[in-house]
Design a protein around this ligand. Structure first.
Ligand code: HEG
Length: 142
């Protein structure tokens, strides 16, 4: 999956705009994930998974921080997320299908914040980004 220079520009410009919402978008995406795909809750038996709980928000902030560093290093997503790749494969053993489910939820959250600005090109750019991130986080399984 290759991000074109247009994809990169669209991601970086819209991501900057989301700045004021950065603390909550991860929690919103996870809240959608647990509600829409309840099977994903099995990975978090130790969390309070009620919508937008402190646990959900706090974990969402960690996920968004990782996405933020990937977005700041689009030329080296693999290197940037190397530790997380080990963690998800060897410790957490998250079934890779779940990355697609989370990406769907992020798209809805992005659309909810960007409104009319969230067009097909922006959808495509983020879809590629989530693919790249998911590839890195699940590649150690092979
Ligand atoms: Mg993962 C921990 C990022 C998808 C399940 N995830 C983490 C952490 C980060 C992260 C930054 C904290 C690592 C640490 O504490 O050192 N996760 C991350 C990204 C994405 C992702 C960027 C995809 C975009 N994670 C993901 C999915 C699942 C999952 C789809 C399962 C449905 N993550 C998971 C679990 C933990 C983390 C169970 C440990 C939570 C804890 O006990 O604190």
């Amino acid at each position: 999956m290759v991000l074109s220079s247009e994809d990169r520009q669209l991601i970086q410009a819209t991501w900057t705009k989301l700045g004021p919402h950065m603390d909550k978008i991860g929690g919103e995406a996870l809240t959608r994930l647990f509600c829409t795909f309840p099977q994903t809750k099995t990975y978090f038996p130790h969390f309070d998974l009620s919508p937008n709980s402190k646990d959900v928000q706090h974990h969402g902030q960690k996920v968004v921080k990782a996405l933020d560093s990937a977005i700041k290093h689009l030329d080296n997503i693999r290197g940037t997320l190397a530790d997380l790749s080990d963690l998800h494969a060897y410790n957490l053993r998250v079934d890779p299908v779940n990355f697609k489910l989370l990406a769907k939820c992020f798209h809805v959250v992005l659309a909810s914040h960007l409104g009319g600005e969230f067009n097909a090109s922006i959808y495509l750019a983020y879809d590629k980004l989530f693919h790249c991130v998911a590839d890195v986080l699940s590649e150690k399984y092979r």
